[in-house]
Design a protein around this ligand. Sequence first.
Ligand code: PEP
Ligand code: MN
Length: 289
Amino acid sequence: MKDVSAQDLAGNLRRVARTSDDQRTVVRIGPATFGDDRTFTVIAGPCTVESRDQVIDIARAVKSRGATMLRGGAFKPLTFPYRSEKMFELGMEGLRYLHEAGRVAGLPIVTEVTDLRRVGEMSELADMLQIGARNMQNFPLLEEVGRVGKPVLLKRHFGASVRDWLGAAEYLVHNGTSDVVLCERGIVAPHTHVPTSRFIVDLQAVLAAKELSHLPVIVDPSHSTFKRTFVAPIARAALAAGADGIILDVHPVPEQAAVDPLQALSYDAFGTLMTELRGIAGVLGRQVA
Ligand code: PEP
Ligand code: MN
């Protein structure tokens, strides 16, 4: 990993670098707050939107258990080109369902934009646009999303240094958005692609990004572990380490999720985790909201 130099902070990263200890960007999207140092914000929802009724059900379920933002993929950057009845994405139709579900439950929504030609129409429906790990250095996409000015969730690529990650954030801020939330989602090392650990959650990068920049940083325990039984422990660790929040896959029948069925949490498991997070937050003088 290349170090971030003092010259980077003063020049290349002039917009995202912290210039004083108390400089913080707080991103507020309806009831969701990122970066005020006290609040631990939970975004939850399906990996991919599967149907109107299902995403409305999920939205109500996660809201009633304490999530303040709804996630859901409409366009999925899948590893292989094949879609099937079991593995699919609904495109703009899915985004409309996500939008409706957010309205019904009273939750703002975040969804991934994979194609710069879709930025305009997607930003009309989404409260926050997600740049996926695989597109972290898709510079034309970053420029277009930055120009829209909406809040952005910027995933870290699984091979990116903190310097590269902050550089991508700099593109967004340089082009016009001030509300960027960084998301650590696991990195690859030669031995990580085995069923027990597809990626390694890099909690040190959360600390480094928060130390070097004024932007909020959250963790994705679902896409980083790729393994259901690891999700809650990593979520608890993210809170303990000082992250500003998490983003989680939640599904009514996790084993049957259309995308990423190995990592989604059931409603019950999500509820249990939220109770645990509230307890940990209390000990740390923070709150889950
Ligand atoms: C996702 O959040 O749906 C996703 C595809 O994540 P990542 O880009 O981190 O793999
Ligand atoms: Mn997924």
